[in-house]
Design a protein around this ligand. Structure first.
Ligand code: SF4
Length: 305
């Protein structure tokens, strides 16, 4: 069965200003998750999963850029640790742009057994030219430095990328770059998901060839299209039965339990005198996730051609 999955949007802001990100005005003024909300969410999720008979779950620390909120990241890792000691195992994943990974932080992430997932558009500065900071400087030097620190500290590192006309041109170069860094896996998302089947045959051939090449370099190469391959092999197709996203202020997107907010978030809202979020705002899709931003951008007709 696929793992249960809790995703905490710990920072609704980012230190980069990628050209395709719809989350442009992200420098300041947006919410950071409090450590109390992070702890509440993890405890509540573990209790719900345990009640369904599960003893482990994935925990994604997400943004924006989650490393802009180290107190919440630390609180989440500590809470996961204490639940682990009580018998519920969280597998922690950090979804980051990689620019803020210091040597000390890399060591902390390695000690906590965190999988580090870094978004990249390709294997060099030119391929990542649209991933820039707020004064237009390339993020590439900081990303590669952060990636290297994470690897040297012993973190398992996965690269997240999207199959666009640009990345498709030289998947082998990306695979070689990632393999040379000693990373474990490339997750290659599709710009049009599983819905648009135009060009599907050519894309499938490309992905399967890339997967075979990656395997030769000791890398796992997969993506949402792997589900289609599982279907071919007649393995049962299942989705995580408990898949929860929690916004910075504590409102949760829960497929099975609508309109939930964790107690610390409700206390904070009351102390601010703010009104409860409307049901529709609680149920709208999260806007600040990096992969989601790039997905939106790359689904434009000009980008997928
Ligand atoms: S695409 Fe991701 S890394 Fe780039 S600005 Fe948006 S949230 Fe930040």
């Amino acid at each position: 069965m696929p793992p249960q999955h809790l995703r905490l949007l710990v920072a609704d802001r980012c230190n980069l200003d990628c050209a395709y990100c719809h989350f442009q005005a992200s420098k300041a003024g947006r919410d950071l998750m409090s450590p109390a909300v992070a702890r509440d969410a993890i405890r509540a999720f573990a209790a719900a999963a345990a009640a369904r008979g599960h003893a482990r779950a994935d925990l994604s620390l997400y943004g924006g850029e989650p490393l802009l909120n180290l107190p919440a990241v630390e609180a989440a890792l500590d809470e996961a640790d204490s639940l682990r000691a009580g018998g519920f195992d969280f597998f922690a994943i950090l979804n980051t742009n990689g620019t803020l990974i210091t040597t000390e932080l890399a060591a902390r992430l390695a000690r906590a057994g965190v999988d580090v997932h870094v978004s990249l558009d390709g294997p060099d500065e030119q391929a990542n030219a649209r991933r820039v900071n707020y004064v237009g400087r390339p993020s590439w030097p900081a990303v590669t430095a952060g990636l290297t620190r994470a690897r040297e500290a012993g973190c398992a590192v996965q690269i997240n990328s999207i199959l666009t006309a640009q990345t498709a041109e030289d998947l082998r170069a990306l695979i070689d770059f990632v393999a040379d860094l000693g990373c474990r896996q490339i997750f290659m998302a599709l710009p049009d998901g599983m819905i648009d089947v135009s060009g599907a045959d050519a894309r499938a051939r490309l992905l399967l060839a890339a997967r075979a090449y990656a395997r030769g370099r000791g890398l796992v190469f997969n993506g949402p299209w792997g589900i289609g391959l599982r279907r071919e092999s007649r393995a049962p197709l299942e989705w995580p039965p408990l898949n929860v996203i929690v916004r910075p202020a504590g409102a949760a997107f829960l497929p099975y339990v609508p309109q939930h907010a964790f107690p610390s978030a409700r206390r904070r809202a009351r102390s601010r005198g703010s009104r409860r979020p409307s049901p529709s705002s609680r149920w709208s899709e999260p806007r600040s996730t990096c992969a989601y931003a790039r997905f939106r951008r790359t689904t434009s007709p000009s980008a997928t051609r």
